[in-house]
Design a protein. Sequence first.
Length: 259
Amino acid sequence: MAFVTQTIEINGCGLSFRRGGKGAALVYLHGTDGLAEWPPILDQLAERFDVLAPDHPGFGSSEVPAWLDDVSDVAYLYLDALAKLDLAGVHLVGQSLGGWIALEMAVRSSERLRSLTLISSAGIHVKGVPKADIFMLDPEDQARLAYADPALGEEAAARVGADKYQDLAVLNRMASARYGWQPRFFNPRLERWLHRVNVPTHVIWGDADRIIPPAYAEAFHRLIPGSTLTMIPQAGHLPHVERAPAVAAAMQAFLQNEL
């Protein structure tokens, strides 16, 4: 499925996104690695949905406006983007950092949302269950840690170490630090507002996630009313990449009920 790159201006920010497919709108919000490595699952979803995959401000081709300070600003920017694009009934999908942004959007306004899918989402802190501190890890070690399969982890580490990715890795890390430096990838106030998520929500997690442990999946499932939880066996922090067929099947079954 061919995706076309487009740019819109939101409050002085040039927001770049790729769009492809047809059907109900599905917006995918990426994690800290950005979209340099395109998740093939998006091509599959584009067979049934109008898929939009933006670069967060500071990632890829999107600008960083002077007024943008944290994830709440990004959430409002994306809500404005949905309005500007006149999208309604949106299936919002967020992975890791993108899941946190999606949650901040949903607790503020679900007017244009039809469903929410969280894949290995950041955003909260579970007492006694530390997350990996990606800012203290070498990028290659982080890549290894993201996969349950050691062979896939080594392949990812080799890709991250390639010269052509060095500048992009620095850019992504700087952008990630803007949103998740302190406190590390969570909003202390978000948990108290998760009861406001009033659209069908699907929590997807790898059962061997070493970046954000599976205890966080249980916490989100408990805190978001009526949510569905799917654990993906033998998958790490990137289950939609490492176990793409299983995640695609789970997403399709969930989204089919929400069309």
